[in-house]
Design a protein around this ligand. Structure first.
Ligand code: C6P
Length: 401
């Protein structure tokens, strides 16, 4: 699917054709997205919201048009609910700080799940430490799904917020976020969704999910690095205090008192990445033009095919095997360190990620030191998986003699 739009896929690695299966870490960028960055710097680079001059006005319009595109992409009610950040990590840190200031007091509780990325654990832990609150964890069932009975029991009058991944970056499993939100809302508890691994691969509709907050990164969505989004329902963004102070987020400043700007600018202190937002808008256009349902279907077929082919390799253990997944599979070869597998695959041109994938508690829960992870994007083909399996067989031969 549209492989020809990605020049980097023609690169050779150690003289071999590149097979790029590390899309959960970051996706490659199509030519029109790369061209958009050159276009922006060539034609309208100028700081936004400040200048009366022509270029500044164009830059401002483009930035705000990108915000509209993001709102449409996740079906937010309004573009005011879209805050541009530096990425998922930044979004979650901002949220943890602001929500902590507004909602959390000593003895309160925040819930996360076992499969979380460190970005959806550590900011909450830091906030809990500051506030004397407690982090509670939804246990994981053997199949990689959250233990929903245990989750419901964890919700209580001290719970202030639940923050969970839509899709696990290690297992690829799709968490039942609709039910997680519904159960939390029954108790008046807010829910944030870490959509870093779902936003480019699945339908994400914030109104349908009814989540209160959502975070994701542009670079995992065929867009630029250093840009992300924090979505929040208007009623909550209005109540939350800003996490950072500076230019642009203010209405009036005096040494006695500062008043804050309207949404979403209250949360965007300093010069935003207006080039990045424009380029991200082009990346979203690109995904839309590929067809979001088609992309999801294509990646589902790839995932099923990859699990089926991996099962043919003797000694391979797939984690959360057979579960509903969104383009990510973790596995190990019996008796072999995942790092060794990764290095030998790389030597054959196959790029995968190995290790704890910034989700150490989950890796500990799996009882391993790490996994080998393959992850797909819209440009991957079954042929990539065939090459992976071939390279894996060869790696096994080398390692096991
Ligand atoms: N996961 C991976 O290889 P940033 O780094 O801010 O763009 O995204 C952080 C993040 C948050 N949540 C989830 C579920 C993620 O997968 C990630 C990033 C990459 O799995 C890099 S560690």
């Amino acid at each position: 699917m549209r492989r020809e739009d990605f020049d980097i896929l023609k690169e050779k690695v150690y003289g071999r054709e590149l097979v790029y299966l590390d899309n959960a870490a970051t996706t490659q960028k199509p030519r029109e997205v790369i061209d958009a960055m050159v276009y922006a710097y060539t034609h309208f680079n100028s700081n936004i919201h400040r200048g009366v001059h022509h270029l500044s006005q164009i830059a401002t319009l483009n930035h705000e048009e990108a915000r509209q595109k993001v709102a449409k992409y996740i079906n937010a009610k309004s573009a005011d609910e879209i805050v541009f950040t530096k990425g998922t990590t930044d979004s979650l840190n901002m949220l943890a700080f602001s929500a902590g200031e507004l909602l959390v007091k000593e003895g309160d509780e925040i819930i996360v799940s076992t499969v979380e990325h460190h970005s959806n654990i550590v900011p909450w832990q830091m906030m809990c430490e500051r506030k004397g609150a407690k982090l509670r964890v939804i246990p994981m069932c053997e199949d990689g799904s959250p233990d929903m009975e245990a989750y419901v029991k964890l919700l209580n009058e001290r719970t202030k917020l639940v923050s969970v991944a839509h899709v696990s970056n290690v297992l690829g499993t799709v968490n039942p976020v609709e039910e997680i939100v519904r159960r939390a809302h029954e108790r008046g508890v807010l829910v944030a969704i870490d959509a870093a691994q779902s936003a480019a691969h699945k339908k994400v509709d914030v109104q349908e999910l009814d989540c209160d907050f959502m975070a994701f990164s542009a670079h995992k969505m065929y867009g630029p690095t250093g840009l992300g989004v924090l979505y929040g329902k208007r009623e909550w963004l209005e109540k939350l205090p800003p996490a950072e102070g500076g230019g642009e987020m203010i209405e009036h400043v005096s040494f006695e008192k500062t008043t804050y700007n309207t949404l979403p600018y209250k949360f965007e202190a300093g010069t935003p990445d207006f080039i990045g937002s424009y380029v991200f808008g082009k990346a979203l256009d690109y995904i839309e033009s590929a067809g979001r349902e088609e992309v999801e279907k294509h990646e589902r077929e790839l995932t099923e095919y990859a699990e089926q082919r991996l099962r043919e390799v003797e000694g391979v253990k797939i984690y959360a095997a057979g579960m509903r997944k969104a383009g990510v599979i973790s596995f190990n070869i019996e008796g072999v360190h995942p790092y060794d597998v990764g290095v030998l695959l790389d030597r054959q041109g196959v790029a995968v990620r190995t290790g704890h994938h910034c989700a150490e508690p989950l890796i500990t829960r799996l009882g391993v030191s790490g996994t080998v992870r393959v992850s797909f994007a819209l440009y991957n083909e079954k042929e990539d998986i065939d090459k992976l399996i071939e390279a894996l067989q060869r790696a096994k031969q080398i390692l096991k003699g």
